[in-house]
Design a protein around this ligand. Structure first.
Ligand code: KIV
Ligand code: NA
Length: 274
């Protein structure tokens, strides 16, 4: 079992902030875990940032299973969380349980679903079956078509009620935490005070119990980064520069120079690195 469990995450509420970041493959899982991130999350955002889709609606269970397996192999300490993709849990509770089980068998410690109140039966059944669940309210990207795009939430009475109702339903059904996506910060604060389970914010201000960001956004890989993301690095440019350098050195015959081919290799060093 990994060091960070859902129980530990719940105990962090009110004591220390919870950190969460997405990861979609073995190297990103390794680095996130080494950095000491609490929750390493295989999000269905992979449809956009890894597969280049316009939204998350094309992500399949098979994709989620493959990527979860790769991340799970890398992570020793953090909690591995996997997203349930569009239409993998909406059709029936049975379908939802079966699909959640596939993610757990691929190495996830918990699953995340979008919504709360509408899925309280599923959440309850999953938790009773031994599968910890995180909910997700505010902006729910799987309802992209109905919402007509990605907008701030919590501006109308109706939206505020829905967000609170989701968070409370999740708490009651036994979920261990809830994501608040693109919610007005005052509303996120209210929800954080109203429920005992931790709230994890994205674009929802400073009052949540934790924060989540998408790997490609925070590292500066992605061209369509939302305005609430802080870029902690500009890897897109760093990688492009490296590739241009490589290209030029090959074109100019500068690479490979002496130390990079067999006759010049340090044979002891080679044996060690093999
Ligand atoms: O898929 C994802 O990356 C998410 C986060 C934005 C919370 O659901
Ligand atoms: Na998601």
């Amino acid at each position: 079992m990994r060091e960070i469990t859902t129980k530990r995450i719940m105990e962090m509420k009110g004591k220390e902030k919870i950190t969460m970041v997405t990861a979609y493959d073995y190297p990103s899982g390794l680095i996130a875990d080494k950095a000491g991130i609490d929750i390493i999350f295989v999000g269905d955002s992979l449809g956009m940032v890894v597969y280049g889709d316009e939204n998350t609606l094309n992500v399949t269970m098979d994709q989620m299973v493959y990527h979860t397996r790769a991340v799970a192999k890398a992570v020793k300490r953090g909690l591995v969380l996997a997203d349930m993709p569009f239409m993998s849990y909406e059709t029936s509770v049975e379908e939802g349980i079966k699909n959640a089980a596939r993610l757990v068998q691929a190495g996830a410690d918990a699953v995340k679903i979008e919504g709360g109140y509408d899925h309280k039966k599923l959440v309850k059944k999953l938790v009773r079956s031994g599968i910890p669940v995180m909910g997700h309210t505010g902006l729910t990207p799987q309802r992209y078509l109905r919402l007509g795009g990605y907008h701030i939430t919590g501006e109308t009475e109706e939206e505020i009620e829905e967000i609170i109702r989701d968070a409370k339903a999740l708490e009651k059904a036994g979920a261990f935490a809830v994501v608040l996506e693109f919610v007005l910060s005052d509303v996120a604060k209210l929800v954080t005070e109203e429920v005992k389970i931790p709230t994890i914010g994205i674009g929802s201000g400073p009052y949540c119990d934790g924060q989540v960001l998408v790997w490609h956004d925070l590292l500066g890989f992605y061209e369509h980064t939302p305005p609430f993301v802080k870029k902690y690095a500009d890897l897109r440019n760093i990688i492009q520069l490296a590739l241009e350098n490589y290209k030029e050195e090959v074109k100019d015959g500068k690479f490979p120079s002496g130390q990079y081919y067999w006759e010049f290799l340090d044979k002891d060093d080679f044996e060690k690195k093999k």
